[in-house]
Ligand binder design. Structure first.
Ligand SMILES: [Ca+2]
Ligand SMILES: [Ca+2]
Ligand SMILES: [Ca+2]
Ligand SMILES: [Ca+2]
Length: 230
């Protein structure tokens, strides 16, 4: 009887220890699998980020998001061997959400416009070569957007038509900033303003100064000459 009792006890102990061993092993495997999947996710995250940022578009479109993603990836890299899988998973998920959001903004052309001139930083840098931190890059009084869309002037050149009147001044005077001789009388707008003649009237002309080659617009009446002011 005692022998049977002893054998039962030994069997139970063996079973408990075996179960404990199996449980430990499966827990270890699970952790290893989890680590492996985290590592893979992290690799994919880094690859996607590098691919998106190859041309620097992401940073130009969503700079704050970009900085955060870069920070999160750095954090994840420095943590992946530690015993805090849950935190790493959270960070990876956070990064993936940020990347998804950044991609969507880039795709929808919903990028930042730091100077508020209506042109996105990414276009100012890549297409127009204007300053994304200055709404009026050339300082002629016209915003970059107005120069590009409305007046068709050069946003990085104060005097687009080179008539010695800057673009903003011409707009104020109702002159054509992309035609150096708005009234087509042969005298440049700059010369007319300097001499006191009317740059919008063919019958009002400077007394002296260079005249462009004909043909000129005709004056219906008599011409008044104006002396160049010093
Ligand atoms: Ca802008
Ligand atoms: Ca301007
Ligand atoms: Ca001009
Ligand atoms: Ca003229």
């Amino acid at each position: 009887m005692f022998r049977i009792f002893c054998l039962s006890i030994i069997s139970i102990l063996a079973l408990v220890s075996c179960t404990h061993f199996l449980f430990q092993e499966s827990k270890g495997e699970k952790i290893n699998l989890l680590r492996e999947s985290i590592y893979k996710e992290h690799q994919l995250l880094k690859e996607e980020f590098v691919k998106l940022d190859t041309e620097g578009s992401l940073e130009l479109c969503v700079p704050e998001n970009f900085q955060m993603i870069r920070f999160l990836i750095f954090q994840i890299s420095s943590m992946k061997d530690e015993e805090n899988e849950n935190l790493v998973i959270n960070l990876i998920n956070k990064s993936l959400r940020r990347i998804k959001d950044a991609k969507l903004q880039l795709y929808n052309k919903n990028c930042v416009d730091r100077d508020g001139d209506g042109l996105m930083d990414i276009d100012e840098k890549r297409k127009f070569f204007t300053n994304p931190k200055k709404s009026d890059t050339d300082g002629d009084g016209l915003s970059d957007k107005d120069e590009i869309i409305k007046y068709r002037t050069n946003p990085i050149k104060r005097d687009t038509d080179e008539d010695f009147l800057n673009d903003g001044h011409e707009v104020i005077l109702n002159l054509n900033p992309i035609n150096r001789d708005s009234d087509l009388d042969g005298y440049s707008d700059g010369l007319e303003v300097k001499s006191g003649s009317d740059p919008l009237n063919q019958c009002s002309q400077p007394l002296k100064g260079k005249r462009f080659k004909a043909p000129w617009a005709k004056c219906n009446g008599s011409v008044t000459k104006h002396k160049i002011l010093k």
